[in-house]
Structure formats: C-alpha cells, structure tokens
Write a protein that binds this ligand. Structure first.
Ligand code: NAP
Length: 252
C-alpha cells in the first residue's frame, strides 16, 4: 500500500497490552496504516520486541515500552516515553485486560481487585494520561470491551462487571471529551483464539460456540484489529460513544 493511501500516516498510537494476542495484532494493523506505535507490555519483553521487529522490518515505526497500566506511575512513564520517542499522541487503544472465570461463591477480594485494577482502573488511568498529550486536532480512544457484557455467561461475573464498566466509561467519556474532538468508542470481541485464551484452556469451549455463530468459526486477533483501525481513523470521524461487536454474529 503506498503511503498516500494509508489511513494513519503521521499518527502516533499507544496500544496497551500489545506483546501478544489481540493487542499485538492491533499494533501491527495500526502500523500497517502508517501510525507510529508504542507497544506496551507488562512482563513479556520478548513478545513486545518481536512485535516491534515485525513492524520495523516492514518499514514501520514502533517502540516497546514496559508498564503495568494498573499503576499510575507506570502509566505516566508510558505516555512520557511516547512523547519523547514520537513527539505526539493521536490514538489510544485500551486493550490490556485479564479474564479469569469463577462462579459467585468463589469470588475473592483479590480476584475482584486484580480484574478491576487492570480492566477498569487501567482504562481510566491511561485515558487521563492520554488527555495531557492529545493535541488540538483531538484524537481517538478505542476501548477493548467484550461480548460478555451483553451475553453475561455464567461463571464470569467479575469479568462481565469490568467490561460492563468499560462500556459505561466509553459512553460517558465520549460525552465529556467530544468538545475536545476526542472520540471514544469500544470494540467488543467474541471468543478469539489468543495466547491468553489458549493458556486459559478455553479454546475447546470456544469451538463449541462456533456452532452457534452465524459465521461458523471463532475469531482471530486480525478480525478485531481491522475494526480498531476503523475507529482509530477518520473513516469513523462522526462516530463516538459507540460499541461494535466483532463476534461473527454470536449473540448467544
Ligand atoms: P492475552 O493474549 O492474554 O494478552 C494480554 C496482553 O495484555 C499481553 O500483552 C499482556 O502483556 C498485557 N497485560 C497484562 N497485564 C497487563 C498490565 N497490568 N499492564 C499492561 N499490559 C498488561 O489477551 P487477549 O486474549 O489478547 O485479550 C486482550 C483484550 O481483549 C482483553 O482486554 C480481553 O478482555 C479482551 N477480549 C478478549 C477476548 C478473547 O476471546 N481473547 C474476547 C473478548 C475480549 P504481558 O504478556 O507482558 O503480561
């Protein structure tokens, strides 16, 4: 694709949790459209370096920055590094998240805090910090939610609650930030095969969902990334506060 047909030439993007899975694919897709990308990770330095090497190997611009997005000081450092490296900020993708399913009787305070600290507080902290760096042209924030917030499967109470919170934050922040030309939308993936879902041992269960899915298969990270590019780019310039399910039509 020649540079003049790319959708994100000259833009700078931060993708949280981009060392693997959906976040890694989002980073690659944004870079393929011309964005300079900050590949955030918590502990997988090797994975983040691999994503950066793939991007730069194709002539793109990317850098890996470690940071736990549930920690305010790490988030401050993440965005300061972004500014130092690429000089601006136009796109934030709040992707980092965890999902451990436990039934109501087994929910512990630790389980609750771990999920809410990353999946909800992490979104708030990254959004707050991004607001210090978006320029007068505004920007785009894309939150990665989940179909769990509408499907509400048994055994996923806390995870469902975190993603329902993300949907609420998306709508409210869209109203607050519209006057600054900052759009806030969310993408809600259905079951997607990633390092995380493979490690959780849920792929077999996901394959059973394929039978209930109009498009007849579970998702791959690239399926989600192309929707994120849409919300990050001017193709969605008059869309804010919306949530898009990218799930092959699987609504339970
Ligand atoms: P994944 O394969 O487990 O990857 C998670 C990513 O998040 C990794 O890059 C990981 O980095 C990073 N991360 C974890 N804790 C972090 C922290 N405290 N600070 C910064 N980064 C952190 O996950 P995934 O399956 O791609 O899911 C990504 C997002 O999509 C999540 O928000 C999830 O809820 C959502 N989602 C997934 C599915 C699905 O079926 N996969 C469906 C719906 C929604 P390290 O490796 O360095 O720890």
């Amino acid at each position: 694709m020649s540079s003049n047909t790319k959708k994100l030439t000259g833009k700078v993007a931060v993708v949280t949790g981009a060392s693997k899975g959906i976040g890694a694919s989002i980073a690659r897709h944004l870079a393929a459209e011309g964005a300079s990308v900050v590949v955030n990770y918590a502990s997988s330095r090797e994975g983040a370096d691999r994503v950066v090497a793939e991007i730069t190997g194709k002539g793109g611009r990317a850098v890996a920055v470690q940071g736990d997005v549930a920690q305010k000081s790490d988030v401050e450092r993440l965005f300061a590094e972004t500014k130092k490296t690429f000089g601006a900020l136009d796109i934030l993708v709040n992707n980092a998240g965890i999902y451990v399913g436990v039934p109501v009787g087994q929910i512990t305070e630790e389980h609750f805090r771990r999920h809410f600290n990353l999946n909800v507080l992490g979104v708030i902290l990254a959004t707050q910090e991004a607001l210090k760096y978006f320029g007068p042209e505004g920007g785009s924030i894309v939150n990665i939610s989940s179909v769990v917030s509408t499907l509400s499967p048994a055994g996923m109470g806390v995870y469902n609650a975190t993603k329902s919170a993300v949907d609420g934050l998306t709508r409210t922040f869209a109203k607050e930030l519209g006057p600054r030309k900052i759009r806030v939308n969310s993408v809600s993936p259905g079951p997607v095969e990633t390092e995380g879902t493979r490690a959780a041992g849920v792929i077999e269960q996901f394959q059973a969902y394929a039978a209930l899915t109009p498009l007849g298969r579970i998702g791959q990270p690239d399926d989600i990334a192309s929707a994120v590019v849409f919300f990050a780019s001017a193709d969605s310039v008059w869309i804010t506060g919306e949530s898009l399910c990218v799930c092959g039509g699987f609504h339970g």
